[in-house]
Design a binder for this molecule. Sequence first.
Ligand code: HEM
Length: 226
Amino acid sequence: MAVRLSSTFVFRKLHQLTGILPLGVFLLEHFYTNSKAMTGAADFNNAVRDLQSIPYVIFVEIGGIFLPLIYHAVYGLFITWEMRPNNVAYPYPRNWFYTIQRVTGIILFFFITFHVLNFRFGLIPGLNELSVADHPNQAFDIVSREFANWAIFAVYVVGITATVWHLANGLWLFAVDWGIVIGERAQRMAGYACIAVGLLLLAVGLNAQVAFIRPGGLLGLIGLAS
Ligand code: HEM
């Protein structure tokens, strides 16, 4: 018997899938590369140079990051526009998480647009007009110069926190919606696991950010950097 899938169902599943693969996986790679800043400018610059030497890198970026990101962002904004928040009438955690997933999505839309134009393309006039990707020898210096500005630093703290929340809650939504965790107890345990993953990712993301202005990052501040 042939099964007919509605286009909304397919668009929705594709939206959920792109959030995990490639976007979630890319975020892990991105935090890994950023964490190279913990051991200094040369290590970070080498990591940027290695990434830029991937054969056909521009096509890898377009197919593996930009297109899935644009699809997920535009369809996510459409879902948000259609949303029916009920966290005020029913103040349960799941209802709040529903609203926060959409609010962080909107924050991410603006943050990622700014971040990509700024560091990948160097297109924010008056702020940074050098692309980090095209100037690996200066990559660390470009980022650390910008993070010395407390307003830019604060924008990145908000952006990283919103991204990690969105991914950690998204992992839980995905696992439940795709039938990977079934049953109330399993879903509760998966919720705790996603909180743990989120806290760990937040620590790694912010530690890497601080490493651009303080050697070793947050760990360096308490004498634990290697
Ligand atoms: C750029 C702007 C973005 C917007 C506007 C956006 C919007 C949304 C919205 C509205 C949802 C909820 C869908 C639902 O409940 O059915 C969602 C889910 C999700 N997003 Fe995003 N998002 C964005 C970026 C990202 C990024 C960068 C990542 C990865 C780091 C990501 C990962 C996820 C995941 C894993 C889910 C859960 C999928 C599911 O519901 O099963 N999103 N997004």
